[in-house]
Design a protein around this ligand. Structure first.
Ligand SMILES: CC(C)(COP(=O)(O)OP(=O)(O)OC[C@H]1O[C@@H](n2cnc3c(N)ncnc32)[C@H](O)[C@@H]1OP(=O)(O)O)[C@@H](O)C(=O)NCCC(=O)NCCS
Length: 223
């Protein structure tokens, strides 16, 4: 497995107010050649990472799945994966299956950029509702989803068997309506603002390795 993440040795300087500049990334469809980069992030941010075969199987189901990657725009010749997100659409309902960003690039609007594109694709597939599960121990991710109009609909106790954590089940409704279009446009209009602009302090999840806060870098050495 290639784990070539050397570009993260160069950290973006924190902004004077303590925020992080938005990342210059390109969002595109996930393809087989991105899987090494995706899996390297997967292993850093999830206690039970998806396997290569599971991801490949998701990519094969083109009728109902959409998977996107964010590629580092600073190194056009090398185009490394810095984030990814996926979606399953069935009978008018979208299910966000995954969203993850390399820890060295958190709070740079990469997940927001991916979700704007992903939810636009859900709308293009005629989904009027979207749902997802998120760990109750992950308030930063909950904030992210709330910005897209997701609201909590309940808790599934012990949903994450590997850690025993509970899942918050969140839903966004009316994706095909004008209000949701306006919300998506509002998030899109803020994609170039620095991280921290929502006013939320940076929050860490214990098992995410190499967490970077708004104040600057605390990246561990890459393996
Ligand atoms: C959750 C995650 C995907 C967010 O990615 P990101 O690119 O850092 O998110 P963004 O920069 O687009 O954040 C947008 C907004 O969401 C909220 N937010 C995101 N991460 C946050 C955090 N760690 N603490 C507090 N608020 C956070 C903020 O309101 C932020 O806006 P701001 O930075 O202008 O204040 C990323 O932390 C990650 O990969 N975590 C590990 C995997 C994971 O938990 N995935 C979600 C599974 S459900």
């Amino acid at each position: 497995m290639v784990r070539d993440l050397r570009h993260h040795d160069v950290e973006p300087a924190p902004l004077p107010g303590g925020g992080r500049p938005a990342a210059p990334v390109t969002v595109t469809r996930m393809r087989g050649r991105h899987l090494d980069g995706v899996l390297a992030i997967e292993r850093k941010v999830y206690p039970r990472p998806w396997s290569p075969s599971l991801l490949r199987s998701e990519l094969r189901q083109r009728g109902t799945r959409r998977y996107l990657v964010a590629l580092d725009g600073r190194l056009p010749g090398r185009r490394r994966v810095v984030g990814y997100a996926g979606l399953l659409v069935q009978v008018g309902e979208a299910h966000v299956t995954t969203v993850a960003v390399h820890p060295a690039e958190h709070r740079r609007k990469i997940a927001s950029r991916l979700l704007v594109r992903l939810l636009s694709q859900a709308i293009a597939m005629a989904a009027d509702s979207a749902t997802l599960e998120v760990r109750t121990t992950n308030p930063g991710a909950v904030r992210l989803y709330e910005r897209f109009g997701f609201v909590s609909a309940g808790v599934r106790p012990g949903y994450y068997a590997e850690t025993g954590e509970d899942a918050l089940v969140m839903w966004a409704h009316g994706l095909l309506g004008e209000d949701f279009a306006a919300r998506l446009a509002g998030v899109e209009a803020e994609l170039d603002l620095p991280g921290g602009s929502s006013g939320a302090a940076d929050l860490a999840v214990p098992w995410v390795r190499g967490r970077v806060g708004l104040g600057g870098s605390s990246v561990e050495d890459e393996e």
